[in-house]
Design a protein around this ligand. Structure first.
Ligand code: FAD
Length: 462
């Protein structure tokens, strides 16, 4: 250990600006507040209404939420919808061939699958329960101190110390409404169309934008009594994933089992320009045509989707082709989807973002301690904290972006290693899922802390 850096005459508390109050920004803010770090979240929306129906938190995500602040994990428990019988919840993810069937045999959706082999993947105790995003965020806001989140504040640009009009040692934030504020560091949790990412890498740089994966997701919510009448209660109340050629279908119960969330993924050869928005109205004919050759059960699920009131079509975008080279530059960084948006085929994008939030809590708490003790100056400590975050988180989060594309190929029988062999495909899905769920969280925390211990303050080159 080196001698402490005592150059700082006084050590005022650090101030953190988080851009975006989505799942990651809000979890991070609560975690930093709990660690006595001054934090403000700037959210462009005027209200806290959140779009997007279902989200499920995997085992790793729930453990990280609990470590950030146990109240976050309690929010998931409070709004998570049990899979299957509430007295005996089904903690498995279930995969089945939804395509192969005898075309001359006319059977009903709830009869076709009787006796068919179902691959079951244990997802942990109450693992992978669907919840409504808005309900989760409402729960988080109930425990968030009032002064933390500023609504109606869309970040336009920031100005680094010494740049242009900014002669202070803080980063100046400029918002769409003309308002300004300042902070010691800026963390972009502003999602897949991140403004902070654009400011870091340049608006015309392909790295700064997500790109179309040529997949669309048709999504809708079906009243559970209707789903049960068509599919039978076991099928309707339990999560199922149906694989087949060039498409796959997923459903799981949400909203306290009052609704069945259905998502059908289909190939799309056309382009989807980003300025078209992420959702479009869906035509019933195009969905029905995509599943015309599939078995009666999947066709039954699609028929229910077509009858759902708020069906929409999402373009699936990710950051696979143009990954960010790193997640931090000086005292600005990106986390969650802003850093590594992935296609949703593992259902783990938010989970990996929650791991980022825990990592940021660990490094910033450590930086604050070193600044308080005079061991490092503020600029060095914060820059080093964000660089450490980026170094430690990069590999795993980029793997998720790649694996989310690859696992979709397995579901859709185009992975050359597995083809339509569901048993081989299941082994592939299982290995990838375990890599996500059984993450060594303690190991990550130790890696982050070790980085601080190994670099003496006077050796820092940022
Ligand atoms: C169909 C689908 C299903 C999915 N299912 C799952 C799942 O089951 N499990 C899972 O773990 N993940 C899932 N994901 C992924 C998950 O939704 C994302 O990884 C997660 O929402 C990312 O959170 P975030 O906070 O980084 O971004 P977001 O949730 O997008 O939040 C970003 C916030 O930043 C705000 N913002 C944007 N720009 C600005 C600005 N300039 N100034 C101020 N505020 C700004 C936005 O208004 C928003 O509130 C799914 C994704 C999709 C598309």
């Amino acid at each position: 250990m080196s001698t402490p850096n005592t150059n700082t005459p006084s050590n005022p508390p650090i101030t953190v600006a988080i851009i975006g109050n989505g799942v990651i920004g809000s979890a991070l803010a609560l975690g930093l507040h709990k660690r006595n770090i001054r934090v403000k979240v700037y959210e462009q929306a005027q209200t806290l209404r959140s779009i997007g129906a279902g989200i499920a938190f995997t085992k790793n995500a729930r453990e990280c939420l609990a470590l950030i602040d146990p109240r976050l994990d309690a929010c998931v428990t409070a709004v998570g919808t049990v899979n299957g019988d509430p007295r005996d919840p089904n903690n498995n993810m279930q995969f089945v061939d939804g395509y192969t069937h005898d075309p001359v045999e006319h059977c009903l959706p709830n009869e076709e699958m009787v006796g068919r082999f179902v691959f079951k993947l244990f997802a942990g105790e109450r693992g992978f329960e669907g919840c409504h995003r808005a309900q989760f965020l409402e729960g988080v806001m109930e425990v968030m101190p009032e002064e933390v989140v500023c609504l109606g504040r869309r970040l336009e640009r920031y100005c680094l110390p010494g740049e242009g009009e900014n002669q202070s040692d803080k980063i100046k934030l400029v918002f769409g409404d003309g308002g300004v504020d300042e902070a010691d560091i800026v963390i972009g949790c502003d999602g897949i169309k991140s403004r902070v990412r654009q400011l870091l890498y340049g608006r015309d740089n392909p790295i700064s934008h997500p790109h179309y994966t040529h997949k669309v997701a048709y999504r809708g919510l079906v009243p559970m009594n209707l789903a049960i009448s068509h599919l039978g209660s076991y099928r309707a109340l339990n999560q199922h994933m149906y694989g087949g050629p060039n498409a796959h279908v997923l459903h799981f119960p949400v909203a306290d089992q009052k609704l069945m969330n259905v998502v059908a993924f289909v190939n799309d050869l056309d382009d989807w320009p980003l300025d078209k928005g992420m959702t479009q109205p869906a035509s019933k004919d195009e969905i029905a045509a995509a599943f015309v050759d599939w078995g009666p059960t999947v066709k039954g699920v699609i028929e229910l989707l077509l009858r759902s009131k708020e069906m929409d079509k999402w373009g699936v975008f990710d950051m696979y082709e143009y990954p960010a080279p790193r997640y931090a530059e000086g005292r600005v960084c990106i986390a969650g989807d802003a850093a590594h948006a992935s296609a949703p085929h593992h259902g783990a994008g938010a989970g990996i973002g929650v791991e980022d939030a825990l990592a940021l809590c660990v490094v910033l708490e450590r930086a604050q301690r070193e600044i308080d003790s005079g061991y490092r100056g503020k600029v060095d400590a914060l820059g080093f904290a964000l660089k450490t975050f980026s170094d430690v988180r990069y590999e795993r989060s980029q793997w998720l972006v790649r694996s989310s594309r690859e696992v979709c190929e397995t579901y859709e029988w185009v992975n050359p290693e597995c083809g339509k062999d569901m048993a081989k495909g299941f082994e592939d899905v299982k290995a990838r899922s375990h890599q996500i769920w059984y993450f060594d969280i303690e190991g990550m925390v130790k890696d982050l802390q070790r980085a601080f211990d190994m670099v003496p303050a006077e050796d820092l080159v940022l």
